[in-house]
Design a protein around this ligand. Structure first.
Ligand code: NAD
Length: 286
């Protein structure tokens, strides 16, 4: 401070600079978030990012042991609750738990989702698998929105996020069931955003491309049987088109931080594509 003063800087300008820096490192100070599917991958990276920005986070996941380990790793501002998003009662229980622990819910991130080992042809599609995936990826998201809105509407504020996918924009070979579920998520986001805007609640989603999380690596190991895990990670990370950088869960966490924070206070009904240019590139490829 004194060295800055000797350089002729006024006290006021020094402190206002400090405040700007502080605001950037704690963009979710005082906020409470509930994140589904946060025991691993994108949800875990986002929980960590939110906590380092001042939030308290409830991690809701079907994997109890892993969820508890994750909450322990993330420290005292993380709590775990067991939750199967395909069961509405589990979601309402997770919201109630969040309110009883923290008295508020500012950010609901309906992130949990599953891939499906679908057959290459629609001809062989097992509709029981279709129902299972839709129950988690679509019904689980809309139930999350329903129960979060119930507590956000009276407070006239809140941010709801979901994880869609680039397959919700463009489909993909043998991705029929998963693709349907993610098109649905983008549709739900736009519809619910329109409805909740009059209550001051923003609703957005993020569409990643290929991030090396357990979810994708399991799929990759089916596509490339016998290939070792490190190579599968490399193949996944090189699937994008942006040179000189590799995608990682933190890239999605950064997008979620933006959408959850007041930096995005005028953004609603939006699908933020984080794909290293993949979808743009594909539309230009003849
Ligand atoms: P991940 O496997 O690391 O994490 C998914 C988490 O969801 C796991 O912790 C899992 O236990 C949990 N989960 C699964 N079923 C659940 C249920 N019924 N109830 C509660 N929790 C459940 O995978 P990820 O890549 O972090 O996936 C997160 C989201 O991102 C998913 O919605 C997925 O569709 C989406 N996504 C991922 C990618 C990618 O490349 N990784 C790309 C596009 C979209």
């Amino acid at each position: 401070y004194s060295s800055l003063q000797s350089e002729g800087l006024e006290k006021e300008s020094i402190f206002s600079d400090f405040e700007v820096l502080h605001a950037h490192t704690a963009r979710l100070e005082g906020k409470v978030a509930l994140i589904t599917g946060a025991a691993s991958g994108i949800g875990k990276a986002t929980a960590s990012k939110f906590i380092s920005n001042g939030a308290k986070v409830v991690i809701a996941d079907i994997q109890q042991q892993l969820g508890q380990v994750t909450a322990y790793e993330l420290g005292p501002n993380a709590t775990f609750i067991a939750c199967d998003v395909s069961k509405e009662s589990d979601i309402s229980n997770a919201v109630d738990f969040t309110i009883s622990k923290h008295s508020q819910l500012d950010i609901m991130y309906a992130n949990a989702g599953v891939a499906c080992n679908t057959p290459p042809s629609i001809v062989d599609l097992d509709l029981a698998v279709f129902d299972r995936v839709m129950n988690i990826n679509v019904r689980g998201v809309i139930a999350g929105m329903k129960h979060a809105s119930r507590v956000m509407i009276p407070r006239k504020t809140g941010s709801i996020l979901c994880t869609a996918s680039v397959t919700g924009l463009m489909g993909g070979l043998a991705q029929h069931t998963y693709s349907v579920s993610k098109f649905a998520v983008i549709g739900i986001v736009k519809s619910v955003a329109a409805e909740l805007s009059k209550h001051g609640i923003r609703v957005n989603c993020i569409s990643p491309f290929a991030i090396p999380t357990p979810f994708v690596l399991e799929e990759m190991s089916r596509i490339f049987p016998g290939v070792d895990i490190q190579r599968l990670i490399e193949i996944t990370q090189n699937a994008g088109v942006l040179e000189g950088t590799n995608c990682e869960p933190n890239d999605i966490a950064n997008a979620a931080l933006y959408l959850a924070s007041d930096d995005a206070k005028y953004v609603s009904g939006h699908n933020l594509v984080v794909d290293g240019g993949f979808t743009s590139f594909k539309t230009l490829e003849f």
